[in-house]
Design a protein around this ligand. Structure first.
Ligand code: SF4
Length: 78
């Protein structure tokens, strides 16, 4: 049976060095990230958005600061 596409993303990593505080990720997936007091995105765990929105949020990051790891441990983005 084919594996469901939902919840394949197991880990979301924000590179604090790369984050420039553009907040695009929060705009796309507001239940997954918040901006901390240094204006860096922080992942809320467990995140509240589905995989599609999480992927879109990572793609929205202008500096590719968001890495996504799937349940098999493979980096799926970027
Ligand atoms: S979109 Fe990227 S640069 Fe902008 S706040 Fe999120 S992680 Fe940081």
């Amino acid at each position: 049976m084919e594996e469901p596409k939902k919840n394949r993303i197991a880990k979301i990593i924000v590179d604090r060095e790369g984050c420039i505080g553009a907040a695009s990720c929060v705009a796309v997936a507001g239940r997954t990230y918040y901006m901390d007091d240094e204006n860096k995105a922080v992942v809320i765990e467990p995140w509240g958005d589905d995989d599609e929105m999480v992927l879109l949020s990572a793609q929205a990051c202008p500096t590719l600061a968001i890495r996504l790891i799937d349940v098999d441990g493979n980096q799926i983005y970027p």
